[in-house]
Design a protein. Structure first.
Length: 454
């Protein structure tokens, strides 16, 4: 940006230095630029909240997540008595969270819901703009960036300014081929085509996601067949009034007491974890994270046989024996109970106190086999039966040691099972990766056609 920049007074909607100095919009000039206020008109249908009546209230998810029903509340419990109503098809904006992409089209579910003055409802001229095109363009980083800048102002109030919002100009391709012909514009890119292309990629992404789930379900089917696993119920689910002896009351929650109990059988011996573990202890607590150091594994980091790197934490305060050695099994013990991963190599990790650290008898069990079996549905059922706590489930060391798994006597057989599952997991990974790529490319391709490309 040059030291001195000139702005036409007629376009000086905001005197904030941040707004003036930041890039505003870099839309593709091939399309006519139209002010948002051309097709959005503020609608202020007022309503007085009355006691005894029920009212729908809404929430708008950020990042253009859409408009949803928040709750239905009676009038006497609503403090602000003078509000506004919205109707299906309107465009709804949160003036507080607009900088976070809180926009959306009002659906039938929230038709005639009430909103406070912190929301703006706009009637949309759909003869000029496709509602899905509008939703897409407000999802783009360029538009969100604009809202961030225009939500600051000179007083640093984080409220979107309505006049600034309505004055911004966006590229408006023709609605469809017919509209392009009517307006004497090229029809290579229309709002309809942009939306259809986006939706096609999103549909492909959803199909990949469904295939990934179907593929992952093959693991359970394979294990059930390969290990000859069967289930038998010990009594059916109890209904109505039920008495339990106090000495048998291991857990107090109704879900555990009333649910049917399941026992397993297999063509292979069922072996308790107590016969497979040579050492079992908890990780360490950590509250002071560092910018670098030893990777600290939290419960949320341990997924189905892999480590999630989306929210990494590091620590510098630990003892040498807190470091996790190679060939170590980790099982989460609190919150999300029972997720596991087998650490084959020494990558210098420390683990949370809410994670079990386990050394195995490698002459009897393959670590990767145990971790895969630990993630199966028939072992998860055992976790449910042995957990304590309903809001924050947890399992003790003693109860973990009671869990049983089918164990082929041959380590070679165990490795064969692991290798087959790895092939399935690789296919699942590729499908999920494809899903994410399609989702990202759907928006990127839309942006590419709308924004300037230098």
């Amino acid at each position: 940006m040059p030291n001195i920049e000139f702005v036409q007074f007629s376009k000086l909607y905001n005197w904030s230095v941040q707004y003036l100095s930041e890039d505003t919009f870099s839309y593709n000039q091939d399309f006519p630029l139209v002010a948002i206020g051309t097709f959005l008109k503020r609608n202020k249908r007022t309503i007085e909240i009355k006691n005894g009546a029920k009212y729908k209230r809404v929430t708008i998810k950020t990042n253009n997540g859409g408009v949803f029903l928040r709750d239905i509340e009676v009038g006497e419990k609503i403090g602000t008595k003078n509000q506004f109503t919205i109707k299906e098809g309107q465009f709804l904006v949160s003036k507080i969270d607009a900088r976070n992409g809180a926009f959306g089209v009002v659906t039938n579910e929230v038709d005639e819901a009430i909103i406070t003055g912190n929301f703006w409802a706009f009637d949309v001229d759909y003869s000029l703009i496709n509602p899905h095109y509008l939703a897409l363009i407000t999802t783009t980083p360029e538009f969100i960036k604009f809202c961030e800048n225009s939500s600051t102002g000179t007083t640093n109030r984080h409220y979107l300014q309505e006049d600034l919002f309505l004055a911004v100009e966006i590229p408006l391709p023709p609605l469809d081929d017919k509209d392009a012909e009517k307006r004497n514009l090229p029809n290579a890119v229309t709002q309809k085509k942009l939306v259809e292309e986006y939706n096609h990629k999103i549909a492909e992404a959803e199909a990949a996601k469904i295939k990934a789930k179907e593929k992952e379900s093959e693991i359970e089917k394979y294990l059930m067949g390969e290990l000859g696993i069967g289930k038998s119920n010990i009594g059916s689910k109890k209904q109505g009034l039920h008495f339990t002896k106090f000495k048998d009351l291991y857990r107090w929650d109704a879900e555990y007491i009333l649910n049917e109990k399941v026992t397993l059988n297999s063509q292979y011996p069922l072996v308790e974890y107590s016969n497979l573990f040579t050492n079992l202890y908890n990780g360490i607590p950590a509250r002071n994270y560092a910018s670098k150091g030893i990777r600290f594994l939290k419960v949320a980091d341990i997924k189905h046989n892999y480590i999630d790197d989306s929210n990494t934490k590091f620590i510098n305060s630990y003892r040498s024996n807190d470091l996790i050695n190679e060939n170590t099994l980790l099982i989460t013990r609190k919150g999300t109970v029972g997720n596991s991963i087998f650490i084959k190599e020494n990558k210098k990790y420390c683990a949370s106190s809410e994670v079990f650290i386990i050394r195995l008898d490698s002459t009897v069990v393959d670590g990767e086999y145990l971790s895969e079996i630990n993630l199966s549905d028939f072992v998860k059922q055992q976790y449910v039966e042995k957990n304590t706590g309903t809001i924050m489930p947890s399992i003790s060391q003693n109860k973990l040691l009671e869990i049983k798994i089918p164990l082929p006597n041959s380590l070679e057989k165990q490795k064969q099972i692991v290798n087959y599952i790895k092939e399935i997991r690789k296919a699942v990974f590729d499908l999920n990766k494809r899903c994410i790529e399609l989702q990202e490319n759907a928006l990127l391709d839309f942006e590419y056609q709308i924004f300037k490309r230098n």
